[in-house]
Design a protein around this ligand. Structure first.
Ligand SMILES: Cc1cc2nc3c(=O)[nH]c(=O)nc-3n(C[C@H](O)[C@H](O)[C@H](O)COP(=O)(O)OP(=O)(O)OC[C@H]3O[C@@H](n4cnc5c(N)ncnc54)[C@H](O)[C@@H]3O)c2cc1C
Length: 415
C-alpha cells in the first residue's frame, strides 16, 4: 500500500469479519488492503453444506446490506429470518459483499500472509512501548505461484479465523502415536458426507471423534447416509463422561441448534441404529494400514483398553488459531484459550455455554501490547468456540472507535 495521510489498514483474511471490517474502513476513507490465502469467504465454501444456526439478519450488517443494494441493484438478499446453509450465505451475501464498489481493488486473493513484523524491530525490542507504532508493519505475502513480496501498513487487523488449523485426536490434545504420519488420510473438517464425499463414506466403517456441534453434524449426516446405505456404520467417541454427547440449551432460541442437539443425542442413545456412541474415550494410537485395510485405532473407553478397525476417521475436535503470523509482534496470549489476553480474560469469566449470552467487554479489550495490531473475528476467541458473527461485527465497531479516536463512532447504528 502506498504511504498516505490516513493510516493504511491491512486486513488479514477475507472471511465475513475481514470483509465487513474492510467495508467499514473504506466507508471512513481509510486506504485498505485485504489479503486472503484463498478466495473471499474461503472457509464458507469448504463447510458450505452446513446449515447455519443464526438467521440472516444476525449474519450480516446494515452497512453490508446497504453497500450490496447500492452496488448491485438486481441482487436479492435473503429474508432477515432465513436460516440458510453456509454455501447459500456465501453466494447470497459474502460474494456480493466482496464485489461492492467500496471494496473495488482492495481484496487480494490467493495471497497468503506468512508473517507480520515491525520494520527494524524485533519482538523483544521496547516491550509494550507505544513508540513501536512509529515503525510501519511489514507483511510477508506469498502468492499462489510462490512469488513473495512485502506490504506495509500502519494498522493490522488479523481476521484469519481458526478453521485452517485443526487440533489433534490424541489424549490431552497432542497427536496420538502415529497420528501425524496418518494425518493426510484423516478428515479433520466438516466433510460433506451426503454430497460430494458420499462415495468416500457410503457403506464404510467410520470413526468420528468429538462432541461438539461439528461432530454432531457429521454423525447426523452419516446416519442419514446409513439410511440409504445400511452397511454404513458409525463409531462415535467423546471425551466427557456423558450419556448424551450434546448439551441442550434450555428453551434454545436458535431452533436449528436445538434440532441438531436432539437428533444427535437420539442417535447416540438409541440401540437399533447404525451409530454406536462411546463416552469417556481417549485415543492413544492410530495406524494407517493402507487404503484397502484402513485404520487400526487404539484407545481407552472408561479406562478400558479398546481397539477399533475402521475404514475412515473424521476428527471433529476443534480448531486453533495460527499464532505464527504474529510471532515477532508483542501479543499477549491467554494461557488457556490462545486468544488475546484481555478479551480472553473477560470470556473466561463469563462461564456461559451459549454463544448468544456472550458479552463483549468494550474496545479496550481488543488492545494488545503491540500498538495498532488487533485480532478480530473467530480467531480473537482462540479455542473458545462461542464466537458468533454478530460478536465480530461489534468488534469491528469497537476497533474503529480506537483507530479513529472517536468513541461514539457507530456506522451500524440505524439513522
Ligand atoms: C460449520 C460452522 C458453522 C457456523 N455457524 C455459525 C452460525 O450459524 N452463526 C454464527 O454467527 N457463526 C457461526 N459459525 C462461527 C463463525 O461465525 C464462523 O467461523 C465465521 O466464519 C468466522 O468468521 P471470520 O471472518 O472470523 O473467519 P473465517 O470465516 O474463518 O475466515 C478467515 C479467512 O482468513 C483466511 N486466512 C487464513 N489464514 C490466512 C493467511 N495466513 N493468510 C491470508 N488469509 C488467511 C481464510 O482463507 C479465510 O477466508 C460457524 C462456524 C463453523 C465452522
Amino acid at each position: 500500500m502506498p504511504k498516505s495521510d490516513m493510516p493504511r489498514i491491512a486486513i488479514l483474511g477475507a472471511g465475513p469479519v475481514g470483509l465487513e471490517a474492510g467495508l467499514y474502513a473504506r466507508t471512513l476513507n481509510f486506504p485498505v488492503a485485504i489479503f486472503d490465502r484463498g478466495q473471499a469467504g474461503e472457509y464458507w465454501q469448504r463447510w458450505g453444506h452446513v446449515r447455519l444456526f443464526s438467521p440472516f439478519a444476525m449474519n450480516s450488517t446494515s452497512l453490508g446490506r446497504a453497500a450490496i443494494k447500492h452496488s448491485q441493484l438486481e441482487h436479492d438478499l435473503p429474508a432477515d429470518d432465513a436460516i440458510i446453509t453456509g454455501r447459500e450465505h456465501h453466494e447470497a451475501y459474502l460474494i456480493p459483499l466482496s464485489k461492492v464498489d467500496a471494496l473495488r481493488g482492495c481484496i487480494h486473493v490467493e495471497s497468503q500472509v506468512v508473517g507480520v513484523s515491525r520494520q527494524g524491530l524485533l519482538k523483544e525490542d521496547h516491550p509494550g512501548d507505544p513508540a513501536r507504532a512509529k515503525k510501519p508493519f511489514r507483511i510477508l505475502i506469498r502468492e499462489a505461484k510462490g512469488r513473495e513480496r512485502i506490504e506495509e501498513a500502519d494498522v493490522v487487523l488479523d481476521c484469519t479465523g481458526t478453521y485452517g488449523q485443526h487440533r489433534w485426536l490424541g489424549d490431552g490434545g497432542i497427536p496420538a502415536i502415529g497420528e501425524q504420519a496418518a494425518e493426510a488420510q484423516i478428515a479433520y473438517t466438516l466433510e460433506d458426507v451426503l454430497g460430494e464425499k458420499h462415495k468416500h463414506y457410503a457403506g464404510k466403517n467410520i470413526l468420528v471423534v468429538g462432541s461438539g456441534y461439528s461432530a454432531a453434524t457429521t454423525v447426523c449426516n452419516l446416519a442419514a447416509l446409513a439410511e440409504k446405505n445400511p452397511a454404513t456404520w458409525v463409531i462415535w467417541l467423546a471425551r466427557a463422561a456423558v450419556t448424551q454427547p450434546i448439551r441442550r440449551i434450555p428453551n434454545d432460541p436458535l431452533r436449528e441448534r436445538d434440532r441438531l442437539a436432539v437428533r444427535a443425542n437420539n442417535l447416540a442413545t438409541r440401540t437399533d441404529g447404525n451409530v454406536e456412541f462411546h463416552a469417556q474415550c481417549a485415543v492413544q494410537q492410530i495406524e494407517f494400514q493402507g487404503h484397502e485395510r484402513g485404520f487400526r485405532v487404539q484407545g481407552t473407553c472408561a479406562g478400558r483398553a479398546k481397539t477399533w478397525e475402521v475404514e475412515q476417521i473424521i476428527g471433529n475436535v476443534g480448531y486453533s488459531p495460527d499464532r505464527m503470523l504474529y510471532r515477532e509482534l508483542q501479543v499477549h496470549e491467554c494461557y488457556a484459550s490462545l486468544g488475546p489476553m484481555k478479551l480472553a480474560a473477560s470470556l473466561l469469566g463469563q462461564k456461559t455455554e451459549d454463544c448468544l449470552n456472550v458479552t463483549l467487554p468494550g474496545p479496550d479489550a481488543l488492545r494488545n501490547p503491540e500498538p495498532n495490531f488487533f485480532v478480530l473475528g473467530a480467531k480473537s476467541f482462540g479455542r473458545n468456540s462461542n464466537f458468533l458473527l454478530r460478536t465480530g461485527f461489534s468488534q469491528i465497531r469497537d476497533v474503529f472507535t480506537l483507530i479513529t479516536g472517536n468513541k461514539n463512532l457507530d456506522l451500524y447504528k440505524r439513522p
